[in-house]
Design a protein. Structure first.
Length: 401
């Protein structure tokens, strides 16, 4: 890559980073927020979910808008909305009781609406501007920023808990503002980013493209959502396990949660480079990633302790890290330039729905640990069987449009 291309990738990488820390930063804070605000475990989980659901559901509409009026304009508007939502959340912390919690949820909802226009459009930008190995490396770099956000945010959250957890909203506001300045300065709109056909023909073209490739792209999208559902759900489980069962808090807790996420980041970077150099390796990487997720979960059904749990989550982090760049590469290569914005947006919607429901579902499942691991294993088994039956090993065609 040229120096200019690297700058573009870095600036676009701020978008998934910002989207990820919007939830990951709060994972180690949930027990503290529960006590300080006098809320239940379910209510604390909603603080994550109320961010993720509007982000997920707004993504397809963001994709349509981006294809119609341009990627950059939508991204910058989204960053402004995130900043405004952060100010609402920060304001809620000066109140007390149910009112504070309600306004906090409103602010988180607004943040989520803004977040829907960040990570998916970063991937679309890359699909438009890079081809072949450069595209794969750039997409892998997006997952690195994604993983970096996951790895750093628990530490940021833990540090905030040592001082005052409400400071996280000001941190998020500042990061959104910095990203806004960076995108405004370094990312330039090109005319091809705007689709000039009428809306009816555009929608018809997108659905025809999806229908043509649906037999294999649907399980790939679903698998990406399941991977993040498991990762975020098990991270919430680890957060409660570390603090309430083993009595570790503060920066120690943040560092422990960061271990599987750091491994996730390293695996994402490796997988992105590997797929870029040898696209035929996608199938083998998917097999390895599923094995890295399923084996530790099967062992957890038999035995788990503190050390074992950290090891299990680290292996799962590696598995998901290998898995997501493969899914990203397949989805962005499945359709042409003119349908990519909306198709990638649907994919990100499914991924973020996994992020949304993982914490809430696992906060319920973790009351029965054996049952939680069994359900996780069955869910991964369904993904593995579906992918095996439909994966296009002989029909992988990389689109150049």
């Amino acid at each position: 890559m040229t120096k200019q291309e690297k700058v573009i990738v870095f600036m676009l990488g701020l978008l998934p980073f910002l989207m990820v820390i919007g939830n990951s930063m709060f994972i180690p804070l949930l027990p503290t927020m529960e006590v300080d605000m006098g809320i239940s475990t379910f209510q604390s989980g909603l603080i994550l979910t109320v961010f993720s659901i509007p982000a997920a559901l707004s993504i397809p509409f963001v994709g349509i808008l981006a294809d119609r009026i341009g990627r950059k304009r939508v991204v910058m508007t989204s960053l402004i909305v995130i900043a405004l939502g952060s100010l609402v959340c920060a304001g809620a912390t000066f109140l007390n009781g149910e009112l504070a919690y309600s306004i906090l949820l409103v602010g988180r909802f607004v943040q989520g609406l803004g977040a829907g226009g960040t990570a998916s459009l970063a991937m679309t930008f890359i699909g438009d501007r890079f081809y072949g190995e450069k595209r794969s490396v750039a997409l892998g770099t997006m997952e690195v920023f994604n993983g970096l956000g996951k790895a750093i945010s628990p530490i940021l959250g833990a540090l905030a808990a040592l001082l005052i957890w409400t400071s996280t909203f000001w941190v998020y506001f500042l990061l959104a503002t910095l990203a806004l300045i960076g995108i405004s300065k370094f990312i330039h709109e090109v005319e091809e980013d705007k689709i000039t056909v009428n809306m009816t023909d555009y929608i018809k073209g997108v659905f025809l493209a999806m229908k043509k490739e649906a037999w294999w792209i649907t399980p790939v999208m679903f698998a990406g959502g399941v991977a993040l559902f498991l990762l975020f759900g098990l991270l919430v489980y680890l957060s409660y396990e570390v603090e309430r069962v083993y009595g570790m808090g503060g920066i120690t807790k943040g560092l422990i949660i960061a271990i599987p996420l750091t491994v996730f980041t390293m695996a994402s970077f490796y997988a992105g480079k590997k797929v870029g150099q040898e696209s035929e390796k996608v199938t083998s990487l998917l097999v390895v990633s599923l094995a890295l997720c399923m084996l530790p979960i099967s062992f957890a059904l038999i035995y788990h302790s503190f050390i074992a749990t950290v090891i299990y989550l680290t292996l799962i982090g590696a598995g998901v890290g290998f898995f997501l760049p493969c899914c990203n590469f397949l989805v962005t290569s499945a359709v042409s330039h003119h349908e990519r914005g909306m198709v990638v947006s649907f994919y990100h919607m499914i991924r973020f729905l996994g992020v949304a429901f993982g914490p809430v579902v696992y906060s319920s499942w973790m009351m029965n640990e054996w049952g939680m691991f069994l359900k996780s294993f069955v869910l991964l088994g369904v993904v593995a069987v579906w992918l095996k039956g439909t994966f296009p090993t002989k029909r992988l065609v990389l689109q150049k449009g």
